[in-house]
Structure formats: C-alpha cells, structure tokens
Write a protein that binds this ligand. Structure first.
Ligand code: NAD
Length: 255
C-alpha cells in the first residue's frame, strides 16, 4: 500500500489498453484515491466503465487544449480532495497524416497540435497542480518515448514533441523542486494502444524491439505501471528530472 492516504489525478485514460489506466489501477491497488479525466464525450462511456472499478473516484471531462477545462478540473480536485499528491500525464496526440513519410513534410498546424497536446499540456497541468501539492510535496509523472531521443522512422512530429516533453520534465523539476514537487517521465517501450495504432509501421517497430532488446521481448503495461508506482511513491523521494526507460533495455542498443 505504497500510496495509502494519497490522492492523484490521472490524465489519458481512453480504454483498457491505455498506459494511464494501467497506472491508475496500480495506484488504486496501492491505496490511492483518484480523479480520472477523459478527453471528451466520445470517451465518456469508456471512462465511466473503467472508473466503476475504482473506489470513490472523481470522473472529470478535460480537453487539455482548453484552459477552462484545465481550470475546472483542478477546482473540482480541490473541492473533492483538498490537496493532491500526484499527477499522471498520459496524453499525446498528432494528426494521423503526420505519422508517416518524411518529417520535413510536417504541416504548421500538425506541428502546433502535436506540441500543444503532447508537450505544452504537461507545463499547463503542472501549473495547476503545484499549488495543491504545496503542503506535502508531490510527484508529477509523464510518459515519453525513445522517438524523442533517436530517429524512429514515421514517428516524426511526435518525436519532436517528445523531445520537448523530455526537456519540459527537466525545467519543471527545477521550477518545482523547491516546493518538494518531483517531476519525472517513464520512457516506455512500444505497446499496442489507441495512440500507437496511428503510427505507420508500428508492428515492425514491435518486431524489431522484440528481437533486439536485451530482454528479447516487448514491454507490457503492467511493468510500466510498476515503475510508475515507484516514481509516484515516496520510494523515489530523491529522484526528479529523470527519464526512466522501461523498455526491456532497448535504448542501450546501437542496432
Ligand atoms: P492512449 O491512446 O490510450 O492514450 C492517449 C491519451 O491521450 C488518450 O486517453 C486520449 O484521449 C488523450 N488525449 C489526446 N488528446 C487529448 C486532449 N486534447 N485532451 C485530453 N486528452 C487527450 O495511448 P497510450 O499509448 O496509453 O498513450 C499514453 C502516453 O504514453 C502517450 O504520451 C504516449 O505517447 C506514451 N507512450 C506510448 C507508447 C506506446 O507504444 N503505446 C510508448 C511510449 C510512450
């Protein structure tokens, strides 16, 4: 029960396969009370079904491109919980047509959208979360991918957004460290989810990773959730600004 008595807000639950859902489940099993957010009406039914598996959750609609949604989400968290111990940011989005072919063909709008949803949203969320974490400190966790450090064909504009996200983790860690708020990321290996389904050649990426990762297998949701539990809990109280690779070791390889 590593999160007993703690409260958290989780962004990015779309369905059962979502990494944010795996983390939410692990956090709940470990005693946390959660607010789950979902992007919009289209996902409301899924979110309701999943939230029904949790004890006393707050369910909140929040599109991170809308300031008024973010504001309302944290007002609700303050009303329900009073304070906040952790945030899980499991959000990314790019136009499907940007996730194939050459990066140089990225449109102005495609670039803006990917950055706004996938990277800027972490800073916007941190700004709202920090005042609720002032008393006890807290942990903010996001999910990134190796495509922000190395070139993964077709990942394109999302890779550039992940590079911005990775750097945002470090700047936010510096901003918030004084208040006892830690900011970290998990760089997960490729997994089949709604988001990854939009990347051209994704099954090839999975196959390559399985063959070349030191552990000779693909990553699964459960091991990402276990690492998240460490980063959300006091076990990682000395860790901030870190990008923890949970990818069966693939990132160390030169092939
Ligand atoms: P997912 O599709 O289940 O989750 C993505 C979430 O982003 C969805 O819940 C979606 O509703 C949300 N989202 C998109 N635009 C939004 C907006 N404007 N406002 C609010 N929410 C919005 O897929 P996932 O793979 O679980 O992705 C979660 C995170 O993990 C992403 O940051 C992704 O890049 C990262 N990640 C995924 C993989 C992988 O292979 N699946 C690997 C490494 C990192």
């Amino acid at each position: 029960m590593l999160l007993n008595g703690k409260t958290g807000i989780v962004f990015g639950v779309a369905n059962k396969r979502s990494l944010a859902w795996a983390i939410a489940q692990r956090a709940a099993e470990n005693g946390a009370r959660l607010a789950l957010t979902y992007q919009g009406e289209r996902l409301e039914e899924n979110a309701r079904e999943l939230a029904a598996e949790l004890v006393n959750p707050a369910l909140i609609c929040c599109d991170v491109t809308k300031d008024e949604d973010l504001e309302a989400a944290f007002v609700r968290v303050r009303e329900e919980f009073g304070s906040l111990d952790f945030v899980v940011h499991g959000i990314a989005y790019a136009l499907k047509e940007e996730l194939e072919g050459e990066y140089m063909n990225t449109s102005r709008d495609g670039y803006r959208i990917a950055q706004e949803v996938s990277a800027y949203s972490l800073a916007a969320i941190a700004k709202h979360a920090a005042p609720l974490m002032e008393e006890r400190g807290g942990s903010i966790l996001t999910l990134t991918y190796l495509g922000g450090e190395r070139v993964i064909p077709h990942y394109n504009v999302m890779g550039v957004a992940k590079a911005a996200l990775d750097m945002s983790v470090r700047y936010l860690a510096w901003d918030l460290g004084e208040k006892g708020v830690r900011v970290n990321a998990i760089s997960a290996g490729p997994l089949k989810t709604l988001a990854s389904a939009g990347i051209k050649g994704f099954s090839k990426i999975l196959g390559h990773m399985k063959e070349h990762a030191p552990l000779r297998r693909n990553t699964n949701q459960s091991e990402v959730a276990d690492a998240a539990l460490f980063l959300l809990s006091d076990l990682s109280r000395g860790v901030t600004g870190e990008i923890l690779h949970v990818d069966c070791g693939y990132h160390i390889m030169g092939m």
